[in-house]
Design a protein around this ligand. Structure first.
Ligand code: GDP
Ligand code: MG
Length: 446
């Protein structure tokens, strides 16, 4: 596992300050091997490493973990983000089923990828877990008995299938499926399309024609996770031709190591929504980026260790900040840290309950037209200042302000707004100090 190989690297990397490029590169060399061993496509692995390296170099080093461990955490977070990073459990991106019924889900993919099986699995899940009325239709007129296969699976899944009419073409079947679904008050129609052994023009033309008739809410590409590099090429072709909304990775019960998932996501830009983990109809799992990242890196323990260390740091930082604030010292470095924490903790709404002084600060922020979107801008603005400027905002003359505005893609007046807000907050802090510091304030507020 990556953890074993990184053991040595970790021991070598001990230090303080910011993560150095060499530290990061050392870990990245091992991560690269882990990615390739997990079947991540080479260009995807290369891009990924570049992106993470850029992100990690210069990051402040946390106490109580080694820089190497910290880099792994960054790698892990970036993996999760790249794998999906939805709002569901462990980053899952759910199906969109709330559109006007009948909601159409179109399944596309190569022959043998697991489309028909996945269609039935999904229909069963929609009936059982979402409590919706589903219907399936097979548009596969190429393969003999393909339509019968879906009918048999439909019986197992207890989901109706559109009656078969010999000789009807895919587009007409799609039309008929929609009509039937409307008549029968079906919530979700699943269209199982034909595949080919390879991507070809006829297949793509058929997919496009079906999509334009059926106007699907979801177009799910079904790919076999065991086909490695091939799967990536297939995903690329489909993604160029039909508007995909997600991916289903099948045969994740085999020895797939999760790498295909990363490549798939990178190539299509679409989230992997489900993983097929067997032939049976209940062998379909919501895809969980966090768990797959763990599968690729095998570093769950390191990740939670670093999370804990980061928590400790936050508490220490907050205490140091509280002390400086109590003394009436509060520069833009503090403000920036504060805003970043606020964003992590759920934005402005969270602020009021945090610290006594923050109520006033929140009022000052709102008075100067702040909302959560503005927080992101402000962070960019302060990020374009040097640490010295943040420590001593008086340095920011007109010329420097212009530079900061250009660097953050904002206007000088936006920079001024940040400075004004900081002044107002400092004033509030000083008032607090006059009133006898935080303790006095807390006592006053009861
Ligand atoms: P289609 O040609 O894309 O419609 O593929 P099918 O749905 O007919 O599946 C082809 C074969 O793969 C069948 O034998 C399925 O049982 C099998 N299969 C599909 N999904 C999975 C999966 O997630 N795991 C395993 N082990 N087998 C699967
Ligand atoms: Mg099929």
């Amino acid at each position: 596992a990556l953890s074993d190989r990184l053991g040595n690297t970790f021991d070598r990397l001990r230090g303080r300050g910011a993560l150095r490029e060499q530290d990061v590169r050392d870990v990245m060399r091992e991560v690269r091997i882990a990615l390739l061993e997990a079947d991540v496509a080479l260009p995807v692995a290369r891009d990924f490493i570049e992106k993470v390296t850029e992100k990690a170099v210069g990051e402040a080093v946390l106490k109580s973990v080694t820089p190497g461990q910290q880099v792994v955490k960054i790698v892990n977070d970036e993996l999760v983000a790249m794998l999906g990073g939805g709002d569901g459990e462990d980053g899952h991106v759910p199906l969109t089923l709330e559109a006007k019924p009948p909601v159409v889900i179109m399944m596309v993919g190569l022959q043998g990828s697991g489309k028909t099986t996945s269609t039935a699995k999904l229909a069963k899940l929609i009936r059982e877990k979402h409590g919706k009325k589903a219907m399936m239709a097979s548009l596969d007129v190429n393969r003999p008995a393909a339509q019968e296969q879906l009918a048999v699976l439909g019986e197992q899944a207890q989901v109706d299938t559109l009656p078969i009419i010999e000789g009807q073409q895919p587009v007409d079947i799609a039309r008929r499926a929609l009509e039937s679904a409307k008549l029968r008050n079906v919530d979700v129609v699943l269209l199982d399309t034909a595949g080919r052994l390879h991507v070809d023009e006829a297949l793509m033309a058929e997919m496009k024609a079906v999509a334009s008739v059926a106007t699907p809410t979801e177009v799910l590409l079904v790919v076999d996770s065991l086909t490695g590099q091939d799967a990536v090429n297939v995903a690329q072709s489909f993604s160029d031709e039909v508007p995909l909304t997600g991916v289903i990775l099948t045969r994740m019960d085999g020895d797939a190591r999760g790498g295909a998932a990363l490549s798939m996501r990178a190539v299509t830009g679409k989230p992997i929504k489900f993983a097929g983990v067997g032939e049976k109809l209940d062998a379909l799992e919501a895809f969980h980026p966090r768990r797959v990242a763990e599968r690729i890196l095998g570093m769950g323990d390191v990740v939670s260790l670093v999370e804990k260390a980061a928590e400790t740091i936050k508490v220490e930082e907050a205490e140091a900040l509280a002390k400086r604030m109590a003394k009436g010292q509060f520069d833009l470095n503090d403000l920036r840290m504060q805003l970043q924490q606020m964003q992590k903790m759920g934005g402005l709404g969270m602020l009021a309950g945090m610290m006594p002084g923050m109520k006033k600060a929140k009022a000052a922020m709102q008075a100067s037209g702040m909302d959560d979107k503005v927080l992101v801008h402000m962070d960019a603005i302060m990020g374009s200042m040097t640490a010295k400027e943040r420590a001593n905002p008086a340095l920011l003359n007109a010329k420097r302000k212009k530079r900061v505005a250009a660097g953050s893609g904002t206007q000088v007046q936006d920079v001024n707004k940040v400075l004004k807000m900081h002044q107002e907050m400092s004033r509030a802090m000083k008032q607090i100090k006059k009133m006898g510091g935080m303790k006095g304030l807390a006592a006053m507020l009861g």
